[in-house]
Design a protein around this ligand. Structure first.
Ligand code: AMP
Length: 397
């Protein structure tokens, strides 16, 4: 029988889950619980019965896992401990400590908790999900798959910030990157689509979702990535500023009297496309541009400009680029962003064919013209499948 893995992605007020058949790569069931801890939680489960939607209080992650078990029991498919090869958990921050997935035990739980200083919004809820699931499935191996692992190969020149060595060492300040599971999956799959081994190709992956990051992958290995100590650095995102002169923060502290929490809120939750245009959703931004909104137009130009800066930089670092792959919500669906972000790069061998590019892409699609030096593709990401594969590989090793 093919291995089945339950993949759990547990956020501060949500749990996303998927039951994956590792051999076929198919999702046998998917679901999402939102508004955990609020008076009414919202629940969606898609399985063999179709879609089930419920509204009921879900006080915490433990209760959320219990709801998931009930949904599988009532609406299927069967979720029996003895039929699960593993439960795979997405964990955002693994620091320098986890270059690959880890079988969860009490020591791994403690390490995830310690690393929460580097990801205070993410690691604690990731850990709550792990604890609740271990409680519900004590006999199934639980595997933590870290968003940072793929980037532990970054060379010192790429991960070192030019600040006082001792301060950096004392507080573990360096670039860790994020979205690693997606960058790994997409870069490997891109090599497959080119008919080559990952070790033979250089790829720039543009993961453009609500969070967005770029990675330079040389021969299957991450050598540079745009997110930093936290997922705030780099590209313009839905609500995050991406790159900014750090002196803006001191300036706002001094002249506007803003506190650390207010600055955190400004850059993480009130900036990016939301701050510039009034909406974090690219579809709204395009609608606003169509209605003549100048702020929305500028927001898009800033968005393209930043992507182009990273593509140029990563081209320089890689020396030779075989492919550029777009992925995630915007990368897969937004043809306007794809074509404009790479406009004017023909001298680098980078071009997008307007007809091939047109429309949303649900499947792998080459969007560069035939004979292009650099193949430009859309490759839908599948982080759940990657987590499931890594979990199975670890427990069967
Ligand atoms: P993700 O974080 O990968 O789920 O991506 C979510 C983002 O993708 C949303 O905030 C939208 O901005 C964007 N998105 C989703 N569908 C479309 C679409 N059809 N056209 C443009 N952008 C889209």
């Amino acid at each position: 029988m093919s291995a089945h893995v339950l993949v759990i992605n547990s956020g501060s007020s949500s749990i996303k889950y998927q039951l994956v058949d590792v051999e076929s790569g198919d999702a046998m069931a998917t679901g999402l619980i939102e508004r955990i801890g609020q008076p009414t939680g919202s629940i969606r489960h898609e399985g063999p019965d179709g879609t089930t939607k419920l509204e009921q209080p879900v006080p915490d992650h433990e209760a959320g896992i219990a709801v998931i078990l009930d949904l599988f029991a009532t609406h299927g498919p069967r979720l029996a401990a003895d039929e699960l090869a593993a439960i795979g958990h997405r964990v955002v921050q693994g620091g320098s400590r986890f270059p690959g997935p880890a079988l969860v035990d009490d020591a791994v739980e403690a390490a995830i908790s310690e690393l929460a200083t580097l990801a205070p919004l993410h690691n604690p809820p990731n850990l709550s999900g792990i604890r609740a699931a271990r409680h519900a499935f004590p006999t199934v191996p639980h595997v933590a798959v870290f968003d940072t692992s793929f980037h532990t190969t970054l060379p010192p020149a790429a991960y070192t910030y030019a600040i006082d060595r001792q301060v950096a060492a004392d507080y573990a300040i360096r670039r860790y990157g994020a979205h690693g599971t997606s960058h790994l999956y997409v870069s490997r799959h891109t090599a497959e689509l080119l008919g080559k081994d990952p070790s033979e190709v250089n790829v720039i992956v543009l993961h453009l979702g609500n969070g967005a990051s770029a990675t330079a992958v040389r021969g299957g290995v991450s050598v540079e990535t745009s997110m930093g100590l936290t997922p705030l650095e780099g590209l313009v995102m839905g609500t995050r500023s991406g790159d900014i002169d750090p002196a803006v923060l001191f300036h706002l502290q001094r002249v506007a009297g803003m506190t650390t929490d207010e600055l955190d809120d400004l850059l993480n939750r009130r900036s990016g496309m939301l701050g510039l245009s009034g909406s974090s959703d690219m579809r709204d931004v395009h609608d606003a541009v169509a209605a003549g909104d100048e702020n929305a137009r500028t927001a898009l130009e800033v968005y393209y400009h930043r992507i182009k800066s990273y593509v140029g930089s990563y081209y320089a670092h890689l020396g030779h680029v075989d492919a550029i792959a777009f992925t995630a919500g915007i990368g897969e669906n937004d043809d306007i962003v794809r074509i404009n972000s790479l406009a004017g790069l023909e001298r680098l061998g980078i071009a997008v064919d307007p007809e091939r590019n047109a429309g949303r892409k649900k499947a792998d699609t080459v969007i560069s013209p035939d004979g292009s030096e650099v193949t430009v593709l859309v490759v839908p990401t599948n982080e759940e499948l990657e987590i499931a594969r890594q979990a199975v590989a670890l427990v069967t090793a």
